[in-house]
Write a protein that binds this ligand. Structure first.
Ligand SMILES: [Mg+2]
Ligand SMILES: [Zn+2]
Length: 185
């Protein structure tokens, strides 16, 4: 690893860190961590990884919740992580409606570009852990390393795209993915 590069992991939020909802996560009360996910993030930190989130939050563009609500949700997430000595460096999110056709909504790569502009990092070494096909597609397009977890939409993603078995590493949940990541590097 060149000395000026940092170790970074990108995580999707809904269905990876916290329980997903078809009805969107609209308030801090609705944000509930997936068991083991916060501990896994803390483990990454302890191993020298910075952790950032890349998340589609079209609920803002749809008018289901405001950016202030989203900030409150993320404050709950950061606080919950603190009790495990874990830190998410930054949350990169797309607030746009799908019909806005923005550059940042996954499967497009705008969020990854923002991350690359913020951190001195070689994207080809960066794992991105997600539960949806669009996470994997964006990750691939950005040149990062896609990893699928079966929490959230993950089971459905795999059922709809069985070829993924031969294309990406697949894990039960974030905790299992991080275990292997830390073991294999
Ligand atoms: Mg997700
Ligand atoms: Zn966007």
């Amino acid at each position: 690893m060149p000395p000026n590069k940092i170790k970074l992991v990108i995580l999707d939020r809904d269905g990876v860190i916290n329980q997903d909802s078809k009805d969107f996560i609209r308030s801090p009360a609705q944000w509930q961590p997936i068991p083991g996910s916060l501990e896994a993030i803390a483990q990454l930190n302890q191993a020298g990884y910075r952790v950032v989130v890349a998340t589609n939050q079209s609920g803002v563009g749809r008018g289901y919740y405001s950016e202030a609500d989203l900030a409150a949700i993320h404050q709950k997430m950061h606080k919950a992580l603190q009790s495990f000595n874990g830190v998410i460096d930054r949350v990169f999110y797309c607030p746009h409606h799908p019909e806005d056709h923005c550059e940042c909504r996954k499967p497009r790569i705008g969020l990854f570009k923002q991350i690359a502009q913020t951190y001195p990092v070689d994207l080809t070494t960066v794992p991105m852990i997600g539960d949806s096909l669009r996470d994997l597609q964006a990750t691939q397009a950005a040149g990062c390393r896609p990893i699928l977890v079966l929490t959230g939409q993950g089971q459905q993603t795999l059922q709809d795209n069985p070829q993924l078995v031969n294309q990406v590493p697949i894990f039960e949940d974030l905790k299992a993915a991080v275990c292997v990541l830390l073991f294999d590097g």
